[in-house]
Design a protein around this ligand. Structure first.
Ligand SMILES: [Zn+2]
Length: 152
């Protein structure tokens, strides 16, 4: 029993709804994780679920680690299949591998700082607008992205 359809590569409200149902709440870090997974599917031309692996380096506790659940939902790399690994680290940097290609995606430090600032306000409206902004911003405004080939 396997899912034959590839993971969807584009942002949708349905994707966000699925992620919120899985995770229990929605926030800016979930949006960041969803976008990282979508970028991996697109830039590595991946089906998702089985042909991708992910190594995430970030502060291994909420709210930052909410990114992990976003990545699992959008990319299909999951803890249970052991194709996502997490390392405790400063910042938020994720590496996706498909075959010999590696996609590195970092959340820009100034964006990470802004998200923490907004979460500290505990204002639901501000959090929602930050989520919309993160979903709609161009990649270059939010992420640093590097595509490389693995050296074997
Ligand atoms: Zn969360």
């Amino acid at each position: 029993m396997r899912v034959e359809a590839p993971k969807q590569r584009g942002w949708s409200q349905n994707l966000l709804d699925k992620a919120i149902d899985f995770h229990g709440h929605g926030g800016p870090f979930m949006v960041v994780g969803l976008r990282m997974g979508l970028m991996a599917l697109d830039k590595l031309d991946a089906h998702g679920y089985f042909d991708l692996s992910c190594r995430a380096r970030l502060h291994w506790g909420p709210p930052d680690s909410c990114v992990i659940d976003g990545i699992q939902i959008s990319s299909g790399c999951t803890m249970g299949k052991h194709n996502i690994e997490v390392e405790d680290h400063d910042g938020i940097t994720v590496e996706f591998t498909k075959g010999d290609r590696i996609l590195g995606i970092s959340l820009k430090p100034q964006v990470l700082e802004r998200i923490h600032g907004i979460l500290a306000l505990k204002n639901e409206g501000a959090i929602r607008s930050m989520m919309v902004e993160l979903a709609e911003s161009s990649e270059g405004d939010v992420f640093n992205v590097v595509l490389t080939r693995a050296v074997r």
